[in-house]
Ligand binder design. Structure first.
Ligand code: 8YV
Length: 330
């Protein structure tokens, strides 16, 4: 017999406590073995579900949404970025989209700071060398494995939203000078607390920074924001860190410049064609690569799940869910 509870289809395995709660509240169809949905499975899901819970790995584009059944009323994304969803088509079809902002801010900022430290100080290079065997290491030397100091250097944050500001707080404590570019200048009190310098011109900021941190969402306007032309404005001694979305940087241009010593290095948690990573980046000692782990804490993923549940529950109870996404926000 068909359940009279709303059908909630979840595309990936979520933490156990989240899945248990989803089951208690809804007719939840879970993905316990975590095999990503094929395109056909996604289409089948939008045809039948009342609520879809996708993640960054699901491409919910116009073609998928055009097959949505009349019962699909809410897409409750498990994640903050919603660049995998065609928001305009969703709106035109009266499908509400929600996300999970706020709860992964601190974890993502921690990972950003970890990369800001790891790249100039050659952290993974040194660790990998020892793990490979101690033949390479003959004891301490005054001139071996030298990196670069971050204290006193200029950090340019591209995108001063929640995560950008959380990165700035951490970086300030490490003695970095905070600079930023954003669509809108942040409130004067925030700027003052962070001792942050606003740059209206991204180009001018790039040319003067020692480290760049990308913390803006991926939207049509930010696709390849760090284009080959803009990357060429950076000093050859500069580092680039990205924990936002790979698409914001022209990855091929970045890899080429690092290979040609036109940039000092990069710390990348995200890539333009995930899960593929440009082989030049993989093999370069000057690049620290992570497999999209910015928000990967158990606490963060449980909090994200709770946000998803609150969004679904309030919506099904006839109220406006707290984390509604409007295309104009991105
Ligand atoms: C998420 C992220 O885990 O929330 C985001 O935007 O980048 C990740 O940390 C992922 O997107 C889940 O959808």
């Amino acid at each position: 017999m068909a359940s009279d509870r709303p059908l909630v289809i979840v595309t990936r395995k979520l933490p156990d406590v989240v899945e248990t709660r989803l089951r208690e509240l809804f007719d939840a169809r879970l993905n316990l073995d975590d095999r990503p949905f094929s395109r056909d499975e996604l289409i089948e899901a939008v045809k039948t579900a009342n609520v879809l819970v996708p993640t960054v790995t699901d491409r919910i584009d116009r073609a998928v949404l055009s097959q949505a059944g009349p019962d699909l009323k809410l897409i409750a994304q498990f994640g903050t970025g919603v660049d995998n969803i065609d928001l305009d088509t969703a709106r035109n079809r009266s499908i509400l989209v929600t996300n999970t902002p706020g709860v992964l801010t601190e974890d993502t900022a921690d990972m950003t700071m970890a990369l800001i430290l790891a790249v100039p100080r050659r952290l993974t290079e040194g660790a990998a060398m020892l793990k490979a065997g101690t033949d390479e290491w003959h004891g301490w030397s005054p001139t071996w494995m030298l990196g670069h100091r971050i204290y006193g250097k200029r950090l340019g944050i591209v995108g001063m939203g929640r995560i950008g500001q959380a990165v700035a707080r951490r970086a300030k404590a490490f003695g970095l000078q905070i600079h930023y570019h954003n669509r809108r200048r942040v409130q004067p009190d925030i700027e003052k607390a962070l001792e942050a310098t606003y740059w209206d011109s991204l180009d001018q900021m790039l040319a003067r920074m020692d480290i760049i941190s990308v913390n803006c969402p991926h939207t049509p306007a930010t696709y390849h924001l760090l284009s080959a032309r803009r990357l060429a404005l950076l000093k050859p001694t500069a580092y680039v860190v990205n924990t936002a979305r790979g698409e914001v940087i022209d990855e091929n241009a970045l890899a080429r410049m690092i290979e040609n010593n036109e940039l000092a290095g990069a710390g990348l948690d995200v890539f333009e064609h995930e899960p593929a990573v440009n082989p030049k980046l993989l093999k370069s000692e000057k690049v620290v690569v992570l497999p999209h782990m910015g928000s990967a804490t158990l606490e963060g993923r449980v909090d994200m799940g709770e946000k998803v549940i609150i969004n679904i529950k309030t919506f099904l109870d006839g109220h406006a869910p707290p984390d509604r996404v409007h295309p104009a926000m991105f």
